[in-house]
Design a protein around this ligand. Sequence first.
Ligand code: NAD
Length: 490
Amino acid sequence: MSKAIVHEFTRPQAHAITVAFGDGIGPEIMDATLYVLAEAKANIQIETIEVGQRYYENGVSTGIPPMAWESIHRTKVLLKAPITTPQGGGYKSLNVTMRKTLGLYANIRPCISYYPYVETKQPRMNLVIVRENEEDLYAGIEYRQTHDAFQSVKIITNSGAERIHRYAFEYARQNNRKKVTCMSKDNIMKLTDGCFHKAFDRIGAEYPEILKDHYIIDIGSAKIAAKPHLFDVIVTENLYGDIISDIAAEVSGSVGLAGSSNIGANYAMFEAIHGSAPDIAGKGIANPSGLIQGAIMMLIHLNEVETANKIQNAWLRTIEDGIHTGDIFGDMSREKVGTMDFARAVVERLGQEPDRFPTAKYKPRDNMTPIHAVMSPEIEKRSLVGVDLFVYWRDKPMDELGALLTKSCPDSMEIKMISCKGLKVWPNADVQMDFTDRFRARYKAKGATITHNDIATLMKNVADAGVDFLKTENLFMFDDEPGFVKSAGE
Ligand code: NAD
């Protein structure tokens, strides 16, 4: 698509960035954003790519043609307007593809109230959510195992957890934020969420000047809705982050004003949090602020903090002066403007500071080292002490399954119990649960350890006994710490 407005970026030694104009209101808000960047003399050179709807419709299932990838691989920084994802099967979300392909492990979403200029129920909200983007239930490892039971595997790694926590603390340092709050559910998921929480404590110890606390995600989400001023930076896992990002954006009252970034060790993508708004596309009335905020995050990432401060302060002043697009027009508004007139108002205020909002003062960063997920050395002794065997069993007595699985047990092991949905149901269990058709038998070593061959023998014996097994899960000890949890009633 050819663009009506030419944006001049002429400085030598400029950072090359890739720009995607997107769909719907995308081209309008991108034009406005590039105009502000050019007038602020941002030290960037832009390469334009086309992605999204047109390519989806022409059979590129990801919406991203090879030429677009070439540019992104060259510049490593993408400023992206929203994309329309076609409804129906066969299309892949462009954002998910970008995140996975480019290793964008962190999603950063500031949620800020601009009270009294923008209406909100939470005038004192100013928090940033740092969401882990690669792991957790979103790794997409799912199975249908039986007629009744479906399974999704939650993966949390020490190295991935440490990486996102380090990013959150570095973000706090860079952006003058005083506290980092971790949210998890480690009271229930003691190993996975426990790993996430412990990694937070370890990494946090390296940042003594930053305050730290931890909330269980359920009460944490409630507090974000009711008392968001309690929070500064929040770091959390993928699923929780997805949910609380939307709660926080909604509560702030400024969905159209928020930017977001997706950061990896080598690549970064910046955008507005809203979509392509096809209902108002082509009318010149969309608010470009979300994408302008995304562009400010990009400038900070590029260490162009002087320009970031200049644009942020001019933007805050524009909001204070009551120059508002229709979506945020209210009691404190003075003039209703369209997309480009809003951008012009920002440009007119370049060099000015806000009166009431705090002045933006991002600091230059010395250390630009990319943050990788680094596995720690194998210090603990890892020993194989048993195996859980998952079986399909239905409409027959538990004692019959217990007898078959006991008979199948090799000499090196003993069967300890059978559980259903994490509750012990055999032997000697009086349970009121409605069973499903997926059960788990726990076998433990009679001596200190078992071998993989013992597990193979068990599987052969179980198959010979005619029991339909689904999978095994090995039980390890790490020094004296079990790498598995007990079932309820075990
Ligand atoms: P949306 O965010 O596009 O629109 C929701 C409502 O907010 C609409 O009434 C819209 O007019 C309004 N709105 C959004 N941005 C605005 C702005 N800048 N100024 C003024 N009003 C604004 O959400 P949707 O309608 O659910 O989705 C539309 C399309 O966008 C879908 O195809 C969806 O897949 C896509 N989408 C893309 C992204 C992305 O590229 N990151 C994110 C979300 C949705």
